[in-house]
Design a protein around this ligand. Structure first.
Ligand SMILES: CC(C)(COP(=O)(O)OP(=O)(O)OC[C@H]1O[C@@H](n2cnc3c(N)ncnc32)[C@H](O)[C@@H]1OP(=O)(O)O)[C@@H](O)C(=O)NCCC(=O)NCCS
Length: 320
């Protein structure tokens, strides 16, 4: 990286750290920039000094991983850092440059692709630029700090919540697939031929963990709901999206369709939160699809609030 760019990165990161801290105490320190497909895109302010930068990464998500069920097969991800409090001019400029770059990439013209920008939820000045370039807020990363109070849930009558065991594999896989199918309506998931086998394999590993981080709720001995959490050692892939601490990731929450709206979800989550608080988890993250009409209000009532939005243009060629 030429020295001029290296200095700009250092300088902008310092300013972004200050800005993010003022915006949202749950945001992390901006990390070092990832290695991009080319030198960082630079935006220059009116005074001639760099006001923002962007790093583009091309990610081909392997078909034999569950990551391909949770988004496009090829992702172009732009990491953006903007110095000024009004991020709009620099964000607009960087997105224009990025669009020109993607137009030169033949693989960005394929259908199963997405152009993605993760943007801090409270950094609202950049939203007009994201919208202007054809990006849509698809998914939310929401956060719940330890022991945050939620409205009390009336225990659903006869509900038994218990840790799932290895012999629950069929039940857990079926309920996991319920979430995948439901989220597909909102583009949150993209069911693939390999999805069910991969879910099963991942669940088998999760159910062998001790202590377990998977819970089932039963009514009349029938499974009606599932919650799956990734403990901190498995959640490192997302922990960098928030401040340091013991960060868990709530991967799955599902209540059978006929059992919803009776308080089962709230009871289950309160139970799991009690476990997480007791196990020393400082903060729990989760994803929900922005237009999922059930999960967005549910998670807010359960003490979660938006931390990041994932803005996407799908396919990538619809970025403008
Ligand atoms: C999101 C989900 C887990 C919520 O589970 P749930 O069991 O329906 O949740 P609850 O019953 O606790 O709360 C939902 C509603 O029931 C109401 N409710 C809660 N307790 C109640 C009680 N004791 N009696 C009557 N109603 C009650 C709530 O007020 C809420 O109503 P509202 O949505 O009209 O505001 C469930 O809808 C689901 O599985 N959705 C599909 C999959 C999904 O979206 N998963 C999350 C992906 S991120």
């Amino acid at each position: 990286m030429p020295w001029l760019v290296r200095d700009a990165v250092h300088d902008i990161n310092k300013a972004v750290a200050r800005r993010w801290q003022g915006l949202d105490p749950l945001l992390p320190e901006p990390s070092d920039l990832p290695e991009g497909c080319m030198a960082p895109l630079l935006s220059t302010g009116e005074n001639g000094r760099p006001s923002g930068l962007g790093v583009c990464r091309h990610q081909r998500v392997p078909a034999d991983t569950l990551a391909q069920t949770w988004g496009a097969a090829t992702k172009f991800v732009l990491t953006v850092r903007v110095r000024e409090a009004d991020t709009r001019p620099a964000a607009d400029d960087l997105l224009t440059q990025w669009c020109e770059h993607l137009e030169t990439q033949p693989e960005a013209k394929a259908d199963d692709t997405a152009a993605i920008v993760n943007w801090p939820a409270r950094d609202i000045t950049g939203v007009p630029a994201l919208l202007r370039h054809g990006l849509r807020p698809m998914t939310v990363i929401a956060a719940r700090p330890k022991a945050r109070q939620t409205t009390a849930a009336t225990p659903a009558e006869g509900l038994v919540i218990r840790p799932a065991r290895p012999d629950d594999l069929d039940r857990v896989t079926e309920l996991e697939m319920g979430v995948v199918r439901y989220d597909a309506h909102f583009g949150g998931s993209v069911p693939r031929p390999a999805t069910e086998a991969l879910v099963r394999a991942e669940s088998r590993v999760a159910l062998a963990r001790r202590p377990g981080w998977t819970w089932l709720a039963e009514q009349d001995s029938q499974p009606v709901a599932l919650t799956v959490v990734e403990p901190p050692d498995a959640a490192t892939w997302i922990a960098g999206m928030t401040r340091p601490g013991a960060t868990a990731y709530l991967q799955t929450m599902f209540v059978r369709p006929g059992e919803r709206s009776g308080g089962i979800g709230a009871c289950m989550v309160r139970h799991v939160h009690g476990e997480l608080d007791a196990r020393g988890i400082d903060l729990t993250l989760l994803h929900y699809a922005q237009v999922n009409p059930l999960s967005a209000p549910f998670w807010h009532r359960m003490g979660y609030r938006p931390l990041w939005f994932s803005w996407e243009a799908r396919p990538a060629s619809t970025l403008r």
